[in-house]
Design a protein around this ligand. Structure first.
Ligand SMILES: C[S@@+](CC[C@H](N)C(=O)[O-])C[C@H]1O[C@@H](n2cnc3c(N)ncnc32)[C@H](O)[C@@H]1O
Length: 262
């Protein structure tokens, strides 16, 4: 089995049982834009991704952000006169990004749809960024090739050490009495990149768990409830589960390579 096949198989293993999905009140896959805002409290530590983007971005340059969410991977790295092309499959994320870009005085164009399906509709940029999207992508090689083709300078990707749903595994075990997968991991992602002919630079640091308060904390608890496929009436049980199974520190990995676009 190739690393790319292994990656796809490990992602498939996260599929939620149909009977649990059918009984869920809310979509467990829908992400709230508020948790992915560029200045959310979880983003206060210095970011190697932003530093890499800033260093590679010419004064009038352009950034392509794929799976942009609210723009957390790109907007904080941009300056006046640089432009942003943001791709996401979730319209609500793009509306939030447009508002943040307008506030920061950054000219942003948004593209709603799935990467790499709409890659040909998006201009080649000086830098392509992709933050916390790989674990959503079963067919990683064409996704990565399109990123490389749509950047004439740098491609910069950020991801955590393992699939973000790994944090839910002990809670899922208690609620649904099912063992969840432990991967895929960033190491497997790097093997897939090697198979695709890339030799990226890799930078790692340890990120402390986010300290959310107020409305953001409530949004985070509610997202966990939805991801556990529990009804709204069981929100206090989710809060208690999260206290007993707190999120730990994670390795945050930045992977960069040269773009091939013209
Ligand atoms: C976890 S969020 C990360 C958002 C942002 N990049 C950040 O670093 O905060 C992942 C985002 O990628 C989007 N996404 C996932 N797969 C995608 C694909 N194949 N094409 C376009 N958007 C995708 C989701 O809709 C979501 O907004």
């Amino acid at each position: 089995m190739t690393a790319a096949e292994q990656w796809a198989a490990e992602l498939r293993a996260w599929a939620i049982d149909q009977r649990i999905l059918d009984a869920a009140e809310d979509d467990p896959y829908d992400l709230p834009p508020a948790l992915f805002a560029p200045e959310s409290p979880s983003e206060h530590e210095p970011s190697h991704l932003h530093e890499a983007v800033r260093a590679a971005l010419p004064p009038d340059g352009s950034v392509l952000d794929v799976g942009a969410g609210g723009g957390a991977a790109s907007l904080p790295a941009m300056r006046a006169r640089t432009t942003l092309h943001a791709v996401d499959q979730q319209a609500g994320m793009l509306r939030a990004l447009e508002a943040s870009a307008a506030e920061a005085g950054i000219l942003a164009t948004t593209y709603e749809g799935r990467w790499p399906d709409l890659a040909a509709d998006v201009p080649v940029a000086d830098v392509a960024v992709c933050g916390h999207v790989f674990y959503n992508v079963a067919d990683l090689v064409p996704f990565v090739r399109a990123l490389t083709d749509r950047s004439r300078g740098l491609v910069a990707v950020e991801l955590t050490d393992a699939h973000p749903w790994v944090r839910l595994a002990p809670m899922w075990q208690e609620v649904h009495d099912q063992t969840r997968p432990e991967g895929p991991t960033v190491e497997l992602a790097l093997e897939v990149l090697a198979e695709a002919g890339l030799s990226p630079r890799v930078h790692e640091r340890v990120r402390a768990p986010a300290r959310r308060t107020g409305e953001l904390l409530e949004t985070w608890v509610d997202l966990t409830r939805r991801q556990l496929c529990l009804p709204r009436a069981r929100i206090e049980e989710v809060r208690e589960l999260m206290t007993r199974h707190p999120a730990g520190a994670r390795r945050l990995v930045t992977v960069t390579w040269a773009g091939a676009g013209r």
